[in-house]
Design a protein around this ligand. Structure first.
Ligand SMILES: Cc1cc2nc3c(=O)[nH]c(=O)nc-3n(C[C@H](O)[C@H](O)[C@H](O)COP(=O)(O)OP(=O)(O)OC[C@H]3O[C@@H](n4cnc5c(N)ncnc54)[C@H](O)[C@@H]3O)c2cc1C
Length: 389
């Protein structure tokens, strides 16, 4: 039997029939197509590229974007539930969709010219073009304002120089949204296409985490980009940070999926594993761990549902989204660690998933603003005092 979900408070009642339908369709697809193959990809360090056309067929790419450009136009709760179900499969799969949808398609819809929208969005929704988002550099992670990639205007084109690091979908991308500073120091967004002379996409290997996700380094050496490839409205760091708010919202939901997968495995295992003549689920210390897991998953669900409803009304702010990302990834990681513990030695095996989620979540904790950076964002909001520097 497939996954039945974790719903202690009966939150299903708060979802529309369309939201439930979308979630259940992705849930079945993850059970049928992802879970049987994902451990192999994790072990091999490869992204399951063959799943991209299937995800496109299910309308998962840019799912909350405008139907005018070939996207599904779902609300933000349905989009979040998609992220949850994908990450129940693997954080790498959810990362692929987050980047494609929230970090490349969303900025094209938000900041692009009509021509850019018409060219890229339907293609990306169909999975015929893959995108990546290049903000982080080897020396500028938490502090992207300092980035040193340069864009020099030269007649009707721009010349880009610099290096981007840790870029999800980096080597499989057909188009990279690269953030670079112009001569005045203004950060702007450029669409750099695969094969442009001087543009190299190198694979980052030897990772412990997100092994089924493609991670790359983007090298730009005198890469000449026509003005028509600049996103006309993407001016200033704020433009890049608004993309991150979109993606972080999806990550908060995704973390629920990873946590639910770990809880389900741990509960089943604890009920069946006998030590000292009793199932270990009967021991107080094990029950305490399982109860912590369920309680935190329930709180994560409430947080996300509220964020989603606010987002659909245009009322969510980036600080609230920071709380969702910070809280949900933190607890998902704790839950994955506890699940690994409950499974004893079996907890380190591919077969039981939990160590894969645990390793993946270590990256999710760091990317899209580290846990501590989100703490500082919320801290600044409530005190009026910035503790970044
Ligand atoms: C698998 C993976 C995929 C990624 N995908 C992408 C992508 O697609 N596109 C992209 O642009 N980037 C991507 N990133 C990069 C990611 O966003 C950065 O790693 C992240 O922002 C942190 O930057 P850093 O690694 O340079 O760490 P640093 O910024 O060096 O931080 C190191 C530590 O210092 C702490 N710290 C930093 N500043 C402060 C401060 N002011 N006060 C207190 N503590 C502080 C941090 O919280 C952290 O604990 C990815 C990263 C990973 C691991």
């Amino acid at each position: 039997m497939g996954f039945r979900g974790v719903d202690f408070l009966g939150l299903d009642e708060e979802l529309s029939s369309e939201e439930r339908m979308v979630r259940d369709e992705v849930r079945r697809w993850v059970d049928d197509q992802v879970l049987p193959i994902i451990a192999h990809h994790f072990e091999a360090g490869t992204f399951p590229l063959h799943l991209v056309p299937q995800m496109a067929e299910l309308n998962l790419l840019g799912a909350n974007l405008d139907p005018k450009y070939g996207c599904a136009g779902l609300n933000n709760v349905a989009y979040g539930l998609i992220m949850q179900e994908l990450e129940r499969g693997d954080s790498g799969l959810r990362s692929f969709v987050s980047v494609q949808s929230s970090l490349v398609m969303w900025p094209i819809q938000e900041y692009g010219s009509e021509k850019q929208k018409q060219y890229w969005l339907p293609k990306m929704a169909r999975g015929e073009a893959i995108g990546c988002f290049g903000l982080t550099e080897p020396d500028y992670g938490s502090n992207p304002a300092g980035l040193i990639t340069r864009a020099r205007k030269d007649g009707s084109s721009w010349v880009l120089n610099g290096t981007k690091m840790w870029i999800t979908n980096g080597t499989i991308a057909d188009v990279a949204l690269v953030w670079a500073k112009d001569d005045e120091g203004v950060i702007r967004g450029f669409l750099v296409e695969r094969g442009t002379p001087g543009f190299r996409q190198n694979k980052v290997t030897d990772k412990f985490s997100l092994r089924a996700s493609d991670t790359g380094e983007l090298v730009l050496e005198d890469v000449r980009i026509p003005e028509k490839n600049r996103l006309p409205e993407a001016n200033g760091l704020k433009a890049a940070l608004r993309c991150l708010t979109q993606a972080r919202y999806g990550i908060a939901w995704g973390a629920i999926g990873a946590a639910m997968a770990c809880y389900e495995v741990a509960l089943e295992y604890a009920k069946n594993r006998v030590q000292f003549d009793r199932p270990i689920a009967g021991y107080q210390l094990v029950q305490q761990k399982l109860v912590y897991m369920l309680t935190e998953i329930t709180k994560m669900q409430l947080l996300c549902l509220r964020l989603g409803r606010l987002k659909d009304r245009g009322k969510v702010n980036h600080v609230q989204v920071s709380m969702g990302k910070m809280n949900n990834v933190y607890h998902a990681l704790q839950i994955a660690r506890l699940a690994r513990d409950i499974l004893g030695a079996n907890g380190i095996m591919y077969e039981y998933q939990v160590a894969r989620h645990l390793c993946n979540l270590e990256s999710v904790y760091t990317y899209e603003g580290t846990h501590d950076i989100h703490t500082l964002i919320i801290g600044e909001h409530i005190t009026g005092l910035s503790a970044f520097t």
